[in-house]
Design a protein. Structure first.
Length: 198
């Protein structure tokens, strides 16, 4: 299992994705505090006192080949802007999902998420040779659903009664995917969106 996603740094347009490490604890805590993101019931953002455990869990999942977490950083300063991961990594069918994604409030609705997703999809399709990249989100996380749809992913369906939210309620999960054959057009569209004046 371990080894399909190898440690790698991905960079473009001032955004750098680096393998998440314990050294990112303070930076992650600061990024999450920008907007008190842990108060959103439909996200996985750690509360301040849970930040180290959040990283430790991600590292355990990496060791088991289940998840590869990145710190999303500003390439120039190294400041941590948020985090994102490959997860539900299935080497046998060459499929990964992208998730556990969140950013400091100041980075939301900027080029950061689009750039990070472009980097991760490019790596998945062009380096790892994935056939499919997937996403999943809470049925009530409409902002996330819109963001995934803007990337060009297709809605596969809804798994009802699928997972627990942080508040203990049970959520339905909306599933999306993008295939290798759809990637060239999606990449062209993302590059167009990133290059056009804001």
């Amino acid at each position: 299992m371990e080894g399909f996603v190898q440690p790698v740094e991905l960079q473009d347009r001032g955004v750098r994705l680096v393998p998440l490490a314990l050294a990112h604890e303070d930076g992650l805590r600061t990024a999450a505090a920008d907007g008190e993101l842990w108060n959103l019931r439909v996200t996985s953002v750690p509360e301040p006192h849970e930040t180290r455990a959040y990283i430790e869990t991600a590292l355990q999942m990496r060791a088991m080949g289940q998840r590869f977490a990145f710190a999303v950083t500003d390439a120039a300063s190294g400041t941590v802007l948020g985090s994102t991961s490959y997860h539900d990594i299935l080497p046998a069918v060459k499929r990964v999902e992208i998730g556990y994604t969140w950013y400091a409030r100041r980075c939301q609705r900027t080029h950061v998420n689009t750039t990070a997703k472009l980097l991760m999809m490019r790596h998945a399709f062009e380096t790892l040779g994935c056939h499919v990249v997937g996403w999943r989100t809470d049925n009530f996380n409409f902002a996330s659903q819109r963001a995934i749809e803007r990337l060009g992913a297709r809605k596969d369906g809804v798994i009802r009664g699928h997972a627990l939210r942080r508040d203990g309620t049970i959520r339905d999960t909306v599933m999306y995917s993008l295939t290798q054959g759809e990637w060239p057009e999606v990449k062209a569209q993302l590059l167009y969106l990133l290059d056009k004046p804001r």
